[in-house]
Structure formats: C-alpha cells, structure tokens
Design a protein around this ligand. Structure first.
Ligand SMILES: [Zn+2]
Length: 132
C-alpha cells in the first residue's frame, strides 16, 4: 500500500472493515484533491464515523486546540450505504465539503449549502437529478 492509501485508511478507523458505507467513503476520499486529503489527514481533530444509536457525536469531540480551532466531525447515516450509489457518494462528498470549508462559503457561494454542493461537484460528485 502507498503512504497515501494508509493515510486515507486512518480516516476510516470508525468503520467496520466489512461496512459497505466504508467502501463508499473511501471511494469519495480517494477522489479528493491532494490538498483536501491532507487537510483531513493532518488534522487530529477531524474524523468520520457512522451514525449509531449508542453514541452521539458530542461524546467523541476532541477539545479545541490552543489556537481555538475546533474538531470537525462528519457523521454519516447508514442509509448512505444502501441508497443509490450516485446519491450516496454525493451526500458523503457534500458533508466532507462542509468539513473542508468549516461550514463556510466557497468562491461566489455565500450560502454554506450551495458552497458544499458546488465544491462537491468540483470534485466530481454532482447532486443527482433523482435521489433514487
Ligand atoms: Zn449540507
């Protein structure tokens, strides 16, 4: 395995090896530009995990760093593993775009939702015309 592959795997430790959602998240992560991958991999307070009934995101949040930056948590619903591939990959990319943008704007898109959609589209994950 390449170093980059190992690094991406490190973002997926919250997923069971056999979790189909893990495969989809890995597919999206692999398609991201290097600087975006690095932004996630180099941030010890960034993580992705499946939504489970037992735990809530808050229980896992890391403390803010001395510079005031906060942890970024992407929580993905299990349904994203069973919905259509295009829609699942789009939602995963959209959520990762929010994390990369710290829920902020991007280029001419002031609205965080539009910004996340536009950035995800720039990565190759357009919003599907149909969700199913
Ligand atoms: Zn959104």
């Amino acid at each position: 395995m390449s170093d980059e592959h190992v690094a991406l795997e490190s973002l997926l430790v919250a997923f069971e090896e056999t979790d189909p959602l893990r495969t989809r998240v890995h597919r999206v992560l692999s398609a991201l530009p290097c600087e975006v991958q690095s932004d996630f991999i180099d941030d010890p307070r960034f993580y992705i995990r499946p939504l489970t009934r037992k735990s809530s995101c808050e229980t896992l949040l890391a403390f803010p760093a001395p510079d005031g930056s906060v942890s970024r948590c992407v929580v993905l619903k299990k349904r994203l593993a069973t919905c259509s591939l295009a829609f699942g990959l789009y939602v995963i990319a959209h959520e990762l775009a929010h994390a990369y943008l710290r829920n902020g704007p991007w280029q001419q898109f002031a609205d965080p939702e539009e910004a996340a959609d536009a950035l995800a589209a720039s990565w190759g994950f357009d919003k599907p015309a149909s969700w199913f």
